[in-house]
Design a protein around this ligand. Structure first.
Ligand SMILES: [Zn+2]
Length: 498
């Protein structure tokens, strides 16, 4: 049997300014089909997992041209129609070229994509794939946990296996599972059948972690239920509350061997619904409060303050100035701020030399909510680099990463890193690439909501979240929703369901 592999999708934050074009979606450009195995085999990515499952099953992998964002999916503002069309046109051309050479398709989708052509990017993609390969071709997908699942998505794919962890440390496992069950199905096992329940529920990103709290409770319950009832997969899909579309909400997906597991899906959806109040109302300090809290930490080592509202992995511009402004105001010894996206300043710094003292206007250039630019005078350039390293993060360990032209500077006691590529920080790489060793610092600022925890939880003395204004604040009651289906909890407290 031959299994064709592809990947495309996006996590679209419709509150983020501007439009997402192809260059932002896929900073590394296309990975050609013939390079896919060399790039992704052995990595902790969806494709790495799928390739391993196909090899373990003794089947043949047939990758086609695809785009990823460092092995995962990009996030950003609404995708242009041109970008979506460009990618799907090429995918469909590859499918036509390989027609007759494969028995099934593994397709890694995200599930929270929106483009100018369709509010459901993944259904747009799968619809066009079906137009080429027909309704009978087995298609099994993997899915990001922040997907806004739709009925059409579920009708177009035969089965969808979602990741379970926030931070997303199990992309490999989801890719493996999807390809494994597809291979088993092709070898004449019973067809996997899926049931989906949508909940009128939006989750705060601050309460979405599965390491602790209600996220962990639901994950553990679903895993146990899946084992006890001999199901192929049970997922609580959190949805993506920064997508303002009618399809935005949490959902439950259950997959069984040969029968529709409707009752199981309903039971699990009821279980989540009864916990809904625990997914609302996060209590998170602002930047000043977070710095105060960091000063109270007694444990040795470094304390991380994460500015999740400006997380480039959720569509944040990565150039918000709230947390760095507070760092500069306090001027505490041993403070460092991770990547600040500002290609203009990075370009300028690379015309200077290490040791030079410069005056710059940093960040705050993409959206008003992200704060005004910082006017920083007489900062010393400590390091200039090209921003390259190999990922150590559980989410995509082993993949080469690049932040482009980058620099580390110092103003008073505070150091900060400037980069040219907008990408969520997942591990120490962005500090190390500039010669900084986190052991030498006490307070470390960074822009990520949850994924950085996969690497940093066991390493940091403490992690303190700062909720600042931005594209993805923790308090979703502040989002100016216009299109989500109402009533929905917690925007409408008395929402009744089912
Ligand atoms: Zn996600």
């Amino acid at each position: 049997m031959t299994i064709l592999l592809c990947q495309f999708g996006n996590e679209t934050n419709t509150f983020a300014p501007g439009r997402l074009n192809f260059e932002m979606l896929a900073p590394q450009g296309w990975t050609e089909g013939k390079q896919v195995e060399a790039v992704f085999s052995g990595t902790r990515t969806y494709l790495g997992g799928a390739l391993q499952a196909i090899a373990d099953a003794g089947e043949t992998a047939l990758p086609i041209d695809l785009v990823t964002n460092n092995g995962n999916f990009g996030a950003g503002p609404l995708m242009t129609g041109e970008c979506a069309q460009r990618v799907v046109d090429r995918v469909c051309a590859c499918l036509e070229e390989k027609n007759g050479q494969f028995d099934g398709i593994y397709f890694a989708i995200h599930g929270a994509g929106c483009c100018e052509l369709d509010e459901d990017l993944e259904s747009y993609t799968l619809r066009r794939v079906r137009q080429v390969v027909g309704r009978e071709m087995p298609i099994v997908c993997s899915l990001d946990l922040h997907a806004n699942v739709t009925d059409e998505m579920c009708a177009l794919a035969d089965a969808i296996f979602c990741i379970k962890e926030v931070p997303h440390t199990d992309c490999y496992e989801a890719g493996y599972q999807a390809a494994y069950h597809l291979a088993a199905w092709l070898r004449s096992r019973e067809r996997p059948v899926m049931a989906m329940r949508k909940l009128p529920l939006l989750l705060s990103p601050v309460l979405g972690s599965t390491l602790t709290g209600p996220g962990k409770q639901v994950k553990d319950y679903f895993a146990q239920y899946c084992r006890e009832h001999n199901l192929l997969d049970c997922s609580f899909v959190h949805g993506f509350s920064a997508t303002d579309r009618s399809c935005s909400s949490a959902s439950v997906l259950v997959i069984a061997d040969g029968y529709a597991p409707e009752e199981h899906a309903q039971h699990l959806a009821d279980y989540v619904w009864n916990l809904r109040n625990r997914f609302a109302d996060p209590d998170v300090p602002d930047a000043a409060g977070a710095v105060e809290a960091a000063l109270q930490v007694q444990q040795p080592g470094y304390v991380i303050i994460n500015e999740g509202s400006d997380n480039p992995g959720s569509g944040g511009p990565g150039d918000a100035t709230h947390l760095l402004r507070e760092f500069l105001r306090r001027d505490l010894p041993g403070t460092i701020m991770g990547p600040m996206y500002d290609p203009e300043v990075a370009e300028y710094l690379h015309t200077c030399n290490v040791g030079d003292r410069v005056s710059i206007r940093l960040g705050g250039k993409t959206m008003a909510l992200a704060g005004a630019p910082l006017e920083i005078e007489d900062a010393e350039i400590l390091n200039l680099c090209e921003g390259n390293f190999i990922s150590e993060a559980p989410l995509n360990k082993g993949l080469p990463m690049s932040y482009g032209k980058s620099a580390r500077l110092r103003k008073g006691n505070v150091e900060f890193i400037v980069v040219s590529v907008r990408y969520q920080i997942l591990d120490e790489g962005p500090f190390r690439m500039t010669g900084a060793d986190l052991k030498d610092y006490r307070i470390v600022g960074l822009k990520s909501m949850n994924h950085f925890r996969g690497y940093f939880t066991s390493r940091a003395a403490a992690i303190i979240s700062a909720d600042t204004p931005g594209a993805r604040p923790g308090n979703i009651l502040l989002y100016p929703y216009e299109h989500v289906q109402r009533p929905i909890y917690p925007l409408d407290r008395d929402t009744q369901w089912p």
